[in-house]
Design a protein around this ligand. Sequence first.
Ligand SMILES: NC(=O)c1ccc[n+]([C@@H]2O[C@H](COP(=O)([O-])OP(=O)(O)OC[C@H]3O[C@@H](n4cnc5c(N)ncnc54)[C@H](O)[C@@H]3O)[C@@H](O)[C@H]2O)c1
Ligand SMILES: O=C(O)C[C@H](O)C(=O)O
Length: 333
Amino acid sequence: MVKAVVLGAAGGIGQPLSLLLKLNPDVTELGLYDIVNAPGVAADLAHIATPAKVEGYLKDDDGLQKVLTGADVVVIPAGIPRKPGMSRDDLFKTNAGIVRDLATGIATTAPNASVLVISNPVNSTVPIVAEVFKKHGVFDPKRIFGVTTLDVVRASTFVSEILGDRSLATSIAVPVVGGHSGVTIVPLLSQSSHPLPPGFGGSDLEALVKHIQFGGDEVVKAKGTGSATLSMAYAGAEFANKVILALKGKKGIVAPTFVHLAADKAGGEALKKEIGTDLEYFSAPVELGPNGVEKIGGIGKITGAEKALIAAALPDLKVNIDKGVSFIEAPKL
Ligand SMILES: NC(=O)c1ccc[n+]([C@@H]2O[C@H](COP(=O)([O-])OP(=O)(O)OC[C@H]3O[C@@H](n4cnc5c(N)ncnc54)[C@H](O)[C@@H]3O)[C@@H](O)[C@H]2O)c1
Ligand SMILES: O=C(O)C[C@H](O)C(=O)O
């Protein structure tokens, strides 16, 4: 029995993500919440012949509390998206408050749920959720995840294009570490499961790295009115389905995700040493388990250029993380 909940379920990401979660046969209950249209989206999805019972709620009549009751996995795509010319950080002033309020609802009604944060800026919204949980005395770093899967999906797709075989895209795995914005997105292409062609390097490699780091900007520019929704729904469902499988006891599932490094003390400390930082959050390959984060993996062998990319990511990451933490200012634990 798994209850999955989507907060922001009527939005551009929320609707296709809810559809994909409805298709997961392990989901027995699907709770949808939004400030608009969630009951309608729920009524529509409820007719799909898969096991999940679907319910939709609005803010009135304690909708947030109702949807979160009994939740095992809560995915948050609530909040405004970018328009051309905006950075993800420009979304902070609107989305920080939205995420804080939703996290407060989770902390009080479903403190043991795994929380998957999609709302941008992820590098700041994940610390916001953590600080809210600390304030309520229910902080468990093993259960709070920043969803960076779209960067991994983009890396697989773009590498398959370079290899000239798109059919490989679903089997190509490239670890993407750091965070989820611009230069904090660090693809470790030297560790691609399918190596790049011999001689691929120099400006071609730099262009590929930029394509992955700024893939989100490309979509924002092409759409003109918002950001990636369909590819994000795909990526969000892929990550949520992994979390659900691990929750149900499947072993050995590893995925990059932005986590508090105390989620695995030994792994987190080793990672900090490896990358030379005292940051509390980083996206790293994480082994998932029934209680959330099982193990934080290291970076492993990387090239000099990749070391430089990690070093370039750290200052921005620190600014983003500090901004999220100070927005809530929980008492230090
Ligand atoms: N992590 C990632 O890789 C990634 C990728 C794409 C988009 N995003 C982010 O996801 C967020 C959503 O993007 P979108 O395109 O779906 O936006 P959208 O505007 O289409 O949908 C957002 C939804 O959130 C709802 N909402 C707003 N305030 C709410 C609240 N307090 N409670 C519940 N619901 C609320 C809105 O009513 C709307 O339905 C944005 O912040 C965007 O930047 C993240
Ligand atoms: O680019 C954005 O603002 C949305 C998202 O973070 C993405 O990477 O597509």
